[in-house]
Design a protein around this ligand. Structure first.
Ligand SMILES: [Mg+2]
Length: 248
């Protein structure tokens, strides 16, 4: 399917729009590890203004934990879904919520570290509701990472966990949590109700959200040239996303 370049003119009336943004590869260029990203100094200002112009109908939906999202965005975004929707903060000053059954991750981090601690270049990132193994520095180990984690999960029956492949990362997490369900949850908030959702993201994990926003008569925008995708529109780069934000 042809993917059209996203033009700000097609966004329509700001008062009927809700904007959902991924972080890595969307608002900040991908870095060798998540801690090494260098956000544009303009990012907090752009997000603050977008939130105001959209009547606070602005959300971040990321695989990062909320504490990590806040570090990148300086906490200026009103609605946040972290860990692929395992945690939410619904409005400024609100507590972090962790709805639904949480997967059994007891011992998961130490088991994976024991498996991969002597693999140079592999970064094991424990998360509250799962774990991520990054192999951006050693892409040739991607298949091996996947196989090891697959075997590990086979030994942990009933853990409620599954594997998901992202951009040079394998996530171990509950399939109940995904970015599509995160969008559905946030769209129930009064600031979002009745608005048309636009989701901008780059990775395979964003495809769940692409489906949901289109179900809701919204628009799915992919950043970059990863294909195939269910998005109908694209932006070429992080710079193009920031440029679009500046023109909301
Ligand atoms: Mg991303």
């Amino acid at each position: 399917m042809h993917v059209n370049e996203m033009a700000v003119a097609t966004w329509g009336d700001r008062s009927s729009l809700a904007l959902f943004l991924d972080i890595d590869g969307t608002l900040v260029p991908i870095a060798p590890t998540p801690a090494e990203v260098r956000p544009s100094p303009d990012l907090p200002r752009l997000l603050t203004r977008a939130a105001t112009d959209l009547g606070n109908a602005l959300a971040i939906v990321s695989g990062r934990e909320i504490t990590s999202i806040d570090q990148v965005t300086q906490g200026v975004v009103p609605y946040v879904a972290g860990s692929h929707g395992a945690e939410f903060r619904l409005g400024f000053g609100q507590p972090i919520l962790r709805p639904g059954p949480q997967p059994d991750i007891a011992g998961l981090g130490s088991e994976v570290l024991a498996l991969m601690s002597d693999w140079p270049g592999i970064l094991v990132e424990p998360k509250r509701a799962g774990l991520a193994v990054h192999y951006r520095k050693v892409p040739h180990l991607g298949q091996q990472v996947w196989s090891e984690l697959e075997m590990m999960l086979a030994r942990r029956e009933q853990s409620g966990l599954s594997l998901l492949k992202g951009d040079h990362v394998v996530e171990v997490r509950s399939p109940a949590h995904n970015k599509g369900e995160a969008v559905r949850r946030i769209m129930k908030e009064p600031a979002f109700q009745g608005r048309r959702p636009v989701f901008i993201g780059d990775d395979v994990t964003d495809e769940d959200a692409f489906v949901v926003v289109q179900e809701m008569n919204g628009t799915a925008v992919i950043v970059g040239d990863r294909r195939p995708t269910l998005a109908t529109h694209q932006l070429s780069s992080v710079a193009a996303v920031l440029d679009l934000l500046a023109r909301i």
